[in-house]
Write a protein of this length. Sequence first.
Length: 217
Amino acid sequence: MFPDGNYGLGSDEISTGTSIMAVEFDQGVVIAADSRTTSGPYIANRVTDKLTPIHDHIFCCRSGSAADTQAIADIVAANVELDGVQMGGLPLVKKAAEIFRGYCYSYRDSLSAGIIVAGWDPKEGGQVFTIPLGGMLVRQPFSIGGSGSTYIYGHVDATFKKNMSREDCVKFCSNSLALAMNRDGSSGGVIRIAIIDKNGVERRALLGEEIPRFYEG
């Protein structure tokens, strides 16, 4: 019935064509993502968890090839775990981001990987780092990425404010991702959120009617 052995699916690699973001607040960070994974026009998974833990207080969001970004995240997590053991405490968020940058830059011609690293450490508090395609590394007060991000640059520029509270950051992420999911065919599903501070990680998920609604004309 399926002579190509692909069960009727497209030949495209599985992609995290996606909407991801993170934002700093005074005591930590909020990191969030949609949950749709695609293979060409086919939705391979509608409830993917794109918030990948790297360590107890460090997470990353992944965009690009699912296989590439999962492999890099696994390797970096092992390196960060070792670094924490050697330090005898929580590893630094910047160090984790630099390890990501090293792999993304060294294999930039082979990988399709855009990464946002966010977390908290005792030295610098909450931090957000962006590693786009090509392996550049930059710290930002907030970062957006993935195919859905192209639809919301104006919104985030207009609504971001410095020194937002924890719940203001959650609302900022929720509204931004809802707008991206409305317009981007590769984004959708639910909104997953992780709030990271010195006390650990609080996970939330916005389902169905909990997702903010805007004009859809």
